[in-house]
Write a protein that binds this ligand. Structure first.
Ligand SMILES: Cc1cc2nc3c(=O)[nH]c(=O)nc-3n(C[C@H](O)[C@H](O)[C@H](O)COP(=O)(O)OP(=O)(O)OC[C@H]3O[C@@H](n4cnc5c(N)ncnc54)[C@H](O)[C@@H]3O)c2cc1C
Length: 396
């Protein structure tokens, strides 16, 4: 990391802020950076250290893609986020995004296949339709696949990003621009008065014109006033040490997202020569795991869970299969419709919330930062994100 932060955790003299950002995971770090760029007096408060492994933003890699099967409305936001990541790479002189492409697979007309095609059609995104034998020739990791997949689509402009490195880059550039960061400080409570929000953080009491809450899996606890119901679920990820590593390197293998007939999709991210990344092909199942809280989650990965993941890899990418030699547990925060919530908190004038990123939010962080800064500083945003407002659940 080339940036030298010119402010530190200690000695914040200011006690009255334009904005306090509660939680410096993916979204809070992005909000901090945008606010610092706009010249706001901003303080970010994080209960752990930056880029920690207790929430939703750890594990070495996250898939980035634009042909968004979840809904074409996300695509303009994704394009803006992609530009934001590039800008951050330049500002921090750090490589964050790796363009290995993403291979999607599923039954013809399935949710993922139909959704990827629709987003690509509506927004003119480059996409290749590949026959199974061409997939195996081009990407030998998938040779001998036994999952019944009828259609493959390849998005060459997609790939993966390094989440911990991105969070450090965002917070360091923000600090360079004058933002203050306080780590290992838990916000116990906050309350809005007629002219400010009072934030009780560790030993100190801070006053701010605006509060932005980006508490990830802690959102239900920190912002219980949210109308959108959010549920945390336990997610297991594993790193496969492939028997044929030459097939599993990011030069030879794309990231993948494969629907399965008998269960939730399997996703994977290839090996990288980046020594700072965990070794192996990272895999996980994209679905709702066991309901949990950040406090009661079981962080131990069982042998049966490892064996199940190894079996799925053998069915989907046998050329890159092998034993799981490393594993971790992470948290999804889901809303009922699996779309995010980015909005002002109803009945409050000075509080904005971003949460419920449902296991697919990381790639959006720069544009979420912009949206949050717009809402906090201007009260509204011109970005096309109305479909993410929390009041959609009022009608439910
Ligand atoms: C296994 C897994 C795989 C994923 N894969 C992808 C993917 O491939 N692509 C993709 O785009 N997305 C993916 N995601 C989703 C993405 O990682 C998350 O949506 C995103 O990281 C959420 O960021 P966040 O800022 O909301 O939460 P977090 O990063 O968890 O940040 C919340 C922060 O708030 C802090 N906090 C909470 N309460 C307090 C308090 N009271 N005081 C102070 N600080 C507090 C926490 O400590 C934490 O640092 C994945 C998620 C998981 C778990």
């Amino acid at each position: 990391m080339a940036i030298e932060a010119n402010t530190s955790n200690v000695g914040d003299s200011a006690r009255e802020w334009d904005v306090i950002v509660l939680g410096l995971g993916a979204m809070g770090s992005a909000a901090l950076l945008t606010l610092a760029r706009r010249g706001a007096r901003v303080l970010g408060i994080e209960q752990f250290t930056l880029a920690h492994a207790h929430g939703s933003s750890h594990g070495g890699s996250r898939i980035v893609r634009t042909a968004y099967f979840e809904h074409p409305d996300y695509v303009p936001l994704l394009r803006r986020a992609t530009a934001g990541w590039r800008e951050l790479e330049l500002a921090s002189r750090t490589r964050l995004v790796h363009n290995c492409g993403v291979l999607y697979g599923g039954l013809a007309g399935s949710e993922v296949i139909a959704g990827v095609k629709e987003s690509a059609r509506v927004h003119g995104i480059a996409l290749e339709s590949l026959a199974a034998q061409h997939v195996a020739q081009r990407f030998p990791a998938f040779l001998g696949q036994s999952e019944p997949i009828e259609e493959f689509l390849f998005e060459p402009g997609a790939g993966f990003i390094r989440p911990e490195r991105a969070i450090l880059a965002m917070t360091q550039v923000a600090q360079h621009l004058g933002a203050h960061v306080r780590e290992r400080t838990r916000v116990q409570r906050w309350e809005e008065s007629h002219d400010s929000v009072i934030v009780h953080a560790g030993e100190s009491v801070e006053r701010t014109k605006q509060l932005i809450i980006c508490a990830g899996p802690w959102s239900p606890e920190v912002a219980p006033q949210l109308r959108a119901p959010m549920v945390n679920t336990r997610q297991v990820i594993g790193w496969v040490t492939p028997r044929a590593p030459e097939c599993a390197d990011a030069h030879m293998m794309p990231a993948f997202f494969m629907e399965r007939v008998g269960g939730d999709p399997l996703y994977g991210i290839p090996m990288s020569s980046d020594q700072a990344m965990p070794r192996g092909v990272k895999i996980g199942v994209h679905g709702r795991g066991q309901v949990c809280t950040p406090e009661n989650i079981d962080r131990v990965v069982r042998e049966a869970e490892r064996v199940e993941l190894e079996g799925l890899m053998q069915r989907i990418a046998p050329g890159a299969a092998g034993a799981i030699t490393q594993s971790a547990v992470c948290i999804y925060t889901n809303t009922p419709d699996d779309h995010f919530v980015i909005d002002r908190l109803p009945e409050f004038k000075r509080v904005t919330v971003a949460g419920g990123f449902c296991g697919h939010g990381f790639k959006f962080a720069p544009v979420v930062g912009e949206l949050l800064a717009d809402l906090a500083l201007d009260g509204a945003s011109a970005l096309p994100a109305g479909f993410l407002r929390g009041n959609r659940f009022d009608r439910a």
